[in-house]
Design a protein around this ligand. Structure first.
Ligand SMILES: Cc1cc2nc3c(=O)[nH]c(=O)nc-3n(C[C@H](O)[C@H](O)[C@H](O)COP(=O)(O)O)c2cc1C
Length: 310
């Protein structure tokens, strides 16, 4: 199935099994899980074949912290590194301002009290959440001999993520022996630049529209990116993929595969690993059905002739 699970920090807040459940469901479905640097579980506790995991890096804490993480990821057997390029600073996320996410992350208070009704309406989720004492941990983010960072501090503080520029690849590229993927590309020019610094693939992504309001919709720029690096780089895409037909449209416009972020978290929230497996199964059925209705028996038969802009 031409689908990967996207890196999403905070999965352990969604369900205590967090990344472990996502990794197991991905491995069972025969797909890759892009393991986030800011995961709530340690990479070494994943209990799946490292081949099914790609490691995603934000250069949080700078070069020393990042190089340590890359060394550990390679030691654990991860082959592929995904560097997220659109994490510099944090978008305003007006909906989260309105729904009071930051006060909630700081704990129950007068400010966050309006969420109590919602929490009590989901007692099973609340019990799981309350019992997981390490839910805000970021065990993969630490300097030599330093304590691990905390997602709670990062969410409540509203601090921006680390910025990254093309020159950072001068130290990232030599620090990683395997294939490199750049996530957060939205133009043909940047895709060519990624090829020039030695990337094997790009992920056309705008971080789910959660960073820069008004950034291009990923599907709109996919064809431009695919044409710019035709045959030189693999092109992947994420952003709003929720149905099998969405996957087929992305393949038709030039993507080799898609990543799903929020859809995997919704499955996780409902039923842990089984919920993620169900999300993937719904997606697989949708892809098969869409291809059948288009008369395509193989993904290689999906092409531009199957889509048109409304
Ligand atoms: C809760 C949440 C956490 C995320 N954390 C990360 C992250 O740690 N690293 C990253 O590269 N992208 C992160 N993303 C972005 C996703 O990888 C993905 O690019 C985005 O959600 C678009 O896919 P979707 O529309 O299927 O969710 C996050 C997205 C969400 C919703």
């Amino acid at each position: 199935m031409p689908v990967l699970i996207a890196p999403c920090g905070g999965a352990r807040v969604v369900h205590p099994d967090g990344e472990r459940a996502l990794a197991r469901a991905a491995e069972a479905a025969g797909i890759v899980y892009v393991f986030p640097h800011v995961a709530g579980h340690a990479l070494t506790s994943m209990q799946v074949s490292a081949r099914s995991l790609w490691y995603q890096l934000y250069p949080i804490g700078g070069r020393t912290v990042s190089e340590g993480a890359l060394e550990r990821a390679q030691g654990a057997g991860c082959d592929v590194l995904v560097v997220t390029a659109d994490g510099g600073g944090r978008g305003v996320n007006e909906r989260n301002v309105r729904n009071g996410l930051a006060p909630l992350a700081r704990g129950l208070s007068r400010e966050s009290a309006r969420h109590v009704g919602q929490l009590l309406a989901r007692p099973a989720w609340l019990a799981r959440f309350a019992c997981d004492r390490d839910r805000f941990g970021m065990p993969n983010v630490h300097g030599p001999g330093r304590a691990a960072a905390s997602l709670r501090v990062s969410m409540a503080g509203g601090a921006g993520g680390p910025g990254i520029s093309w020159s950072d690849f001068d130290w990232i590229r030599p620090a990683w022996a395997g294939p490199l993927v750049v996530k957060g590309v939205l133009s043909g020019d940047d895709a060519r630049r990624a090829a020039a610094i030695g990337a094997s693939a790009v992920i056309v992504s705008n971080h789910g529209g959660r960073q820069l309001d008004g950034a291009a919709a990923t599907l709109r720029v996919l064809e431009e990116v695919a044409n710019a690096v035709h045959g030189e780089l693999e092109v992947l895409i994420d952003g709003g993929i929720e149905r099998g037909a969405d996957v087929v449209k992305a393949l038709a416009l030039g993507a080799r595969a898609v990543l799903i972020g929020r859809a995997s978290l919704w499955g996780l929230a409902i039923n842990g690993e089984k919920g993620v497996a169900q999300t993937l199964s719904i997606l697989r059925d949708g892809i098969d059905r869409t291809m059948g209705l288009l008369g395509c028996s193989d993904v290689s038969m999906i092409g531009l002739e199957h889509v048109s802009w409304a």
